[in-house]
Design a protein around this ligand. Sequence first.
Ligand code: MEV
Length: 428
Amino acid sequence: MSDKKSNLKFYELSIDQRLALLAEETGLSADDLAKLSGRAGLNEAQADHMIENVVGTYALPLGIARNFLVNGREVQVPMVIEEPSVVAAASFMAKLARAGGGFTASADASEMIGQMQVLDIADLNAAKKALEAERAALLVAAGESDPLLKKLGGGARDLQVRIIDDSPIGPFLVIHLIMDVRDAMGANVINTALERLSPVVERISGGRVLLRILSNLADRRLARASCAIPLEALTTNEFSGEDVCARVIEAWAFAATDPYRAATHNKGIMNGMDAVVLATGNDWRAVEAGAHTYAARSGKYTSLSKWSKGKNGELIGELEMPLAVGTVGGATRVHPGAGAALKLMGVASARELAEVIVSVGLAQNLGALRAMATEGIQRGHMALHARQVAAAAGAPPGMVEPIAEQMVNEGHIHIDRAVEILNTWRAK
Ligand code: MEV
């Protein structure tokens, strides 16, 4: 996507020009832009309230992935990440997906699972029955822990009792409390409700409650994205669209069957997703834990995504996985950058945020597979590196790209060479 006035591509603009363009496209205020860019970002006092023993803040680059069309809506995607190529790959793959109508995404209701471990029960079956008989009352008690959530249409939805009979300390009971946490990530909501419920559970079961904690295997809160990429969009200088499509599917098949490859394949998906999760102040460790456990749900760790050939020969990508992210609570509201990132994306709910994030994961996965299955990833990396070198040599925005391209073609990427090329062009 290029700047209408200058015809420069987004990456060719200065940071100020990029921010101005974002303001134009999204209506973000100067105040929000300052928060987004970090110029009015997290200060020490705010940081001091977030965690303990604060001595400062720690910055990472924030980039914008462009070209994303999710459920027909244009989204500017904020990504916080230290790794080069991720933002560029996401933007490029979103452009390819756009040729097939963009990403179609959906997310389940925000149902989170809270677990309670109940020990020291003489008759597990009798305790299970007693708890199940009190299910309705327990749900009411759990719901009372958060009246605001109830007002917002959320609250306790279900209570399930399981007997764990293969533990190293002997059998015990586990209760799953299911709550719809609406636009929150849900850890606080769930943990508060569980603690409130535990004396009641002890009374009914005659047991001793030990752990009361949220499960990060949020498999009732799945998000899914798909895309259908026409072969023309996949065509490169060296490979036909058909060839690229076949190679991407072959590359995916490796991850589908081999855990060593699946770990790296899924890491590539998480490259994109974590970056957005982090930019929006969400808990990326929770998302990671859910993703990898879900990837191993069959007993064998496998790919989270699937790539196949569509009826008309197009490349079909699908990704479905747990995604517990919120737009309220925690750092999403305390961190100024996180609030601005959510505004930039224009997401109205946790569900919509999850839909964008899972689409980014699918795009990122395609970026890696497509690069590795065709030219290899180093060429793309080198192109980005060459741009950094050209810019460091003092090339003005319009000349960074051609100088970088020349250095890549020559196979010699060095600041001295960039200066030489720049001087030759200036002398012309
Ligand atoms: C590197 O950060 C991510 C990749 O290794 C992902 C993949 O192999 O699919 C390129």
